[in-house]
Design a protein around this ligand. Sequence first.
Ligand SMILES: [Zn+2]
Length: 468
Amino acid sequence: MKIQHHGAVNGVTGSCHQLHIDEQNSVLIDCGLFQGAEQGKNNGAENNEKHLAIDFDISTVQALIVTHCHIDHVGRIPYLLAAGFRGPIYATTATAALLPLVIEDALKVGVTRNKSMINACLKLLKKQLIALDYKKWQSLALSDAALLVHPEPVEGRDAAAEASSPKAKIKFQMAGHILGSAYVEIDIIKKSNKTPKHRVVFSGDLGAPYAPLLPAPKSPYRADTLVIESTYGDKNHQNRKVRTKQLQKIIEKAVADNGVVLIPAFSIGRTQELLYELEKIIQRKANSSLWQNIDIIIDSPMAAKFTEHYKEFKNLWDAEAKQKLKLGRHPLSFEQLYTVDSHQEHRQTVAYLAKRNKPAIIIAASGMCSGGRIVNYLKQFLNDKTADILFVGYQAQGSLGRDIQKYGTIAEGTITDSSKPSKAPYVFIDGKRIYINAGVHTISGYSAHADQNGLINFVKRMRLNPHI
Ligand SMILES: [Zn+2]
């Protein structure tokens, strides 16, 4: 057995691991896109096409296992299909429901607007996609060396050859990161070996223990080899109560001057967590006219679609969220929530918000501001001192989000005079210099990733630990 990492090695994006079971057989775990400055890291590729292409031999890949449908875990699937991969793609039921939406969007944003190309890719994807329930073993079809030597069934085929043929099975367990997310247990069984099986666990992304909506991940019972994400391996998050308070305080301060609060958020996971927390604050602040009247706008058809899926799969919610439903509350669809759909509606919303003098919270993708509708809001409001940008997610090196966060945060509270723009920090958006006069805030603890304690506990709480 051998493991190769084709991504998420020098950075945290582009997750793609290849587990070699033997010389004829391997499986891929995730096939993600590199993001931010990490785009150029892979093989020193100079242009987009090069780093997107699958640059390793896939002739032994028998299956792709998808842990969850964040773009840095699934974004290169179209390239895998283009490279000729026709094996099964295993995912949990919820992930299988979301994946075609994510891939369609990734193709539209980053590859092509050509409808027939997009449809051809989606057709292949849906054909190869196999939805699995959590906690159920699934055998993998592997190619058998002995069978390759004797392609025809041989009477009384060598029992030893039969016994030595490799077998593998996989099982998904809840990872608590986003809807449908899983870590995967892979059992490799070689009967000829004295050790009957070797269990490899790939963590995918693990959720934080007190994240809203989804239950925290439970550690595996056993792992002989563990490949674990470590995005926040060097940090501990603030606890959830502090975080919700911080969210409330920043928004109250930000809208005191009737300005807008822009929250760049990933469509899947972060948006729903934010809505959940905002609904909670609105409930608690029943006597606050600010909280009872503030508009919350989701300007992203994708985020709206995912929110629908979150509602559909409420059997996967945690106990607290289910309890709210029982009490008749709707944590993901409350009265002050508006969804902007078409592009025309989006343009009208930006223009309307620029004119009116009433606070609003806008959640729009992309999470790192590297594209999507948030960019139009930034063009409009970054220079506006009544506006505020609130980062709630990781900003990769080289992304526009990271630049705004870096330069804007230094200036917070000190730049008040927009008539002297030369003193204000700035960023370039679509080649245009835009000064940052808006307040820039970050709530770092707002992560759908386990922190250092969470990761260590995930390992410590196993009954049978990894070993060499
Ligand atoms: Zn993720």
